[in-house]
Ligand binder design. Structure first.
Ligand code: PLP
Length: 385
């Protein structure tokens, strides 16, 4: 906990902590079980669902980057979201943003339909609607900033203060920025979580999640549940994600440098109606981004002229960009939110969240930016033929 610089913390995570052999990089512990020293004499670890040295190293590294006290590594990002639901009883209310991650939206709406908790879905930028939601005295409020796929922002510090005034806990999905660019706990939130599948692992070869709490007691409660319901992450995935984490701050620098150039290119392109990128001064969340983020990230979306037919032609003509969901890997990806990431959302809910048929989302990778732009340029010109 002594190293505060985020780049140094990430690189140094777990380095030279192996007392047994002096391994510089923390070894991977695949053993499912651990011996007792003797009758009723437990060691630190006893069974890998409950605790595992490799997972613990990764959890501690993330907790440090997010400036929290307890880190919990989960099997997927969705299991981190599901873990949060364990805080809610049938009479409790949770407030979620209307444009949250499609999988989160599906989980919350379906569990609420089965009576597991009460759900309020709200546009969190609508001050009156948000105040009305808080008047219902929720136990928990979920924030996601920037949101997917339209990169809408909310003022985390301001909303968290309002939530705390009514006694609600605040959990923030920080997947789109990673702790390298935003630390919600430092802005007042109680819980921050990630799909580590995205920027934290960063190489599109792990599906995983992590959750960090500000307070020790809340962290212990959630760690108890994570073991109880059996959603803790595997040792192998933790090893890979820790390896990815080491280059997170360096990767984010290149992602952002490329994203700024790509956004500028898209904005002036005649095949495009609108670009949603918080780095633009005219983006409605630009000032909030400057205040609460250490950069604008590398996700953006745009409307292609000519509707879904033009989108299909764009996808058929890009080569460097891969048509795939997910984001945050070193490689550039392109997707159609309506039929892909947000397909779990009913069409009315999609439209309410601003997801049209001509909307395209890209995750800008760390390839040479001139190659990225040339590929998009070719695809976009073909899209208009
Ligand atoms: C991907 C994602 C999730 C879900 O994570 P999985 O690892 O796919 O289970 C949650 N929130 C956001 C913002 C995501 O992008």
């Amino acid at each position: 906990m002594s190293i505060k610089n985020i780049t140094t913390s990430a690189v140094q995570a777990g380095i030279n902590t192996d007392e047994h052999h002096g391994a510089v990089v923390p070894p991977i512990h695949l053993s499912s079980t651990y011996s007792l020293k003797g009758f009723n004499e437990k060691r630190e670890f006893d069974y890998s669902r409950t605790g595992n040295p490799t997972r613990a190293t990764f959890a501690q590294a993330i907790a440090e980057l997010e400036q929290g006290s307890v880190g919990i590594v989960t099997s997927t990002g969705m299991s981190a979201v599901h873990l949060i639901c364990q805080l809610l009883s049938t009479e409790d209310t949770i407030v979620i943003p209307h444009d949250c991650y499609g999988g989160s939206f599906r989980l919350f709406t379906h569990l609420a339909r089965r009576g597991q908790f009460k759900l309020v879905v709200v546009d969190q930028n609508d001050e009156a609607a948000f105040a009305q939601a808080l008047a219902q005295k929720p136990k928990l409020v979920l924030l996601e900033s920037p949101s997917n796929p339209l990169l809408r922002l909310v003022d985390i510090e301001k909303l968290t203060k309002a939530c705390h005034q009514v006694g609600a806990l605040v959990a923030v999905d920080n997947t789109f920025l990673s702790p390298a660019l935003q630390q919600p706990l430092a802005l007042g939130a109680d819980i921050v979580f990630h799909s580590t599948t995205k920027y934290i692992n960063g190489h599109s070869d792990v599906v995983g999640g992590v959750l960090v709490t500000k307070e020790q007691a809340l962290g212990e409660e959630l760690a108890w549940w994570a073991n109880c319901i059996g959603i803790t992450g595997s040792a192998f995935d933790s090893f890979l994600a820790l390896r990815g984490l080491k280059t997170l701050p360096v990767r984010m620098k290149q992602h952002q440098e490329n994203a700024n150039e790509v956004a500028k290119f898209l904005k002036q392109h005649s095949a495009i109606d609108a670009v949603y990128f918080p780095g633009f001064a005219d983006h409605p969340g630009h000032d909030i981004a400057k205040k609460q983020q250490q950069g604008f990230g590398a996700m953006m979306s745009f409307e292609v002229k000519g509707g879904v037919e033009a989108v299909k032609k764009l996808f058929a003509n890009v080569k460097l960009f891969t048509l795939a969901q997910s984001l945050g890997g070193v490689e550039s990806l392109i997707s159609h939110p309506s039929t892909m990431t947000h397909a779990g959302m009913e069409i009315e809910a999609q439209l309410e969240a601003g997801i049209t048929q001509s909307l395209v989302r890209i995750s800008v990778g760390i390839e040479d930016v001139n190659d990225i732009i040339a590929d998009l340029n070719h695809g976009l010109s073909q899209s208009q033929l």
